[in-house]
Design a protein around this ligand. Sequence first.
Ligand code: SF4
Length: 449
Amino acid sequence: MTNLAPKLTHEQYENNFAELKPAFTKNQATVEANRCLYCFDSPCMKVCPTHIDISTFIKKIATENVKGSAKTILESNWIALTCAKACPVDVLCEGACVYNERGEKPIEIGRLQRYAIDWYFEHGMPKLFTPAPKNGKSVGIIGGGPAGLSCAAECALLGFDVTIYEAKENAGGLDLWGIAPYKVTREDALNEVKLVESFGVKIKTNTQIGKDISITELEKKHDAIFIGVGLSKNVDLKIPGEELKGVVHALEFIEKVTTRKWSSVDLGKHVAVIGAGNTAIDAATEAKRLGANEVAIIYRRSENEMPAYDFEFELAKKDGVVFLFQTAPTKIIGNNGFVESMECLKMKLSEPDESGRRKPEPIPNSEFTIPVDMVIKSVGYEVNDHFISQIQNLKLTKGNISVNSETMQTSNPKYFAGGDCTSGGREVVNAAAEGKRAARGIEKMIFNR
Ligand code: SF4
């Protein structure tokens, strides 16, 4: 497929993909930090999965101790910049801020966190942490995404010798290639990788487990292994026409957009995005911002069951994305091998199913066809199990790796896991918290402390 959508100028692309929430100036950050009430037992800290001491880091910004603020943040979260920019703060820390109860604007915790961590990277990562003396044990980390990086940083500071095995050419995972560039930039994600490397963590990129290094070799080399491979296998629609040119997976599309080579991203004029999770919304919004004439989200349930966050939904609507609820695709129709249209069916909702959401059922004879030249699939992701099946006694539940939620240890005691491959898909901040928890679990397993 080639780019069928109208080309924009470079300035238009850059403008469309400019950060949604620009950085605070020093003055703005100080004013906002001074609004904080420094609540005792602060609710904002309790809801954060990494439990950052929010009132303390904000107080340090107010007293112009930005380096100290960064230290407070990083002590709890090694993926703090991505989290500051990509966390659903409305439903986490800012949603819990006491100002909401007063009917006033909550403290902009995300932007303040970003202010402190931007300062830290802009000042060349001044030394804030010293790894413990080497403890003679080694940890292998499969996957250099947020969970893996977080586990690696924590293990290195505990004195372990740590190696990350990353299949792609750069570590960073979804933070690097799966988040819309108007939220997080590649530079942000790569800075976080550099921070983890600064603790002595080795990163072997372009290294696939089971192909470039075997499970046996890995087990021989390391005393414990952490799996943080995310969900990289795309779920297909299983309808006729999926093989046509112009049908892509959302993460493939988003990955191309994150490179910021705008005109090299294949894009249709009339785009249908199947699914209504946050990734689907990202893909739809990005397609619109790249210049597609029409973008429609096709979702088989109603707005009430939609998994995407409200603010993502509002952003997509503001960008002109159209939502076709209670609609399911049944066939993608092509011409000369390229997508030309899509047949859909209207759905009605019956009783809730096992997921608790009302079950969609087709309405007979409700078929209709919409003209589309690109279809972006975003109906789910699974653990890519090419090596998982080679690990002995590794238990999976509904396709996700089962773990003890306190230690993140799997059913095979040598293995720990965290992030989307265990949760089925949550936030970066959950992955950051689980990676850190796993490091403590590894320490407990090896040294019983
Ligand atoms: Fe500050 Fe709001 Fe947290 Fe209270 S709840 S410490 S006001 S950010």
